[in-house]
Design a protein around this ligand. Sequence first.
Ligand code: TMP
Length: 195
Amino acid sequence: MKHFVTFEGIDGSGKSTISKHVYEKLKKKGYEVILTYEPTDSWIGKQVQKCIETGADPFITALTFTIDRFEHAKNIQNWLNEKKIVLCDRYAESTYAYQGVQLDSQIKDPIKWLKELTCNRIPIPDRTYIFVIEPKLSIIRIQNRKNLIPFERTSFLEKVHENYLKLAKGKQFLKIDATKTIEELVDICIKDILS
Ligand code: TMP
């Protein structure tokens, strides 16, 4: 049984939809479950939104996402202490994948630097799903959204996609083909969480 589970993938990979369905299904089965997400709605999360919308300096963006997570991690730890299942739509790997691309031309090995920034101060998920989809397809899925943000460009998402594939190594990660049906994807996650 897994208690802390994160959902990751490029924009348009469907992870938010699947995390909502998984949440509903676990609740129906009687489990105490929390669905949370990043960036959060806290005051720091609002600064994160500003960073995204204004195309802020990549270092400021990376640090702001990380501070938002530090604050969020305290809530996550409390929920885990209460023995709840915590589902989180985006977490640390989003920063490594997205800001890893933004910082690529600025520092050597940005992902290593971003990982060190957390100073082991955030809970490590029991499982991280990486919803894998070709960026060209994910862009088609999101092209009708009203407010596309600067990250939602194929060329940028191609690099984020590469970073996710690099990150998805080790027991924590499960790569999932995001082109499967919603029912299939929810089923994969539920079976995995309860095993
Ligand atoms: P959302 O669409 O899942 O709400 O996320 C908003 C955008 O923020 C999305 O393009 C991914 C990006 N993002 C980062 O760049 N770094 C992060 O650490 C997180 C959590 C999100």
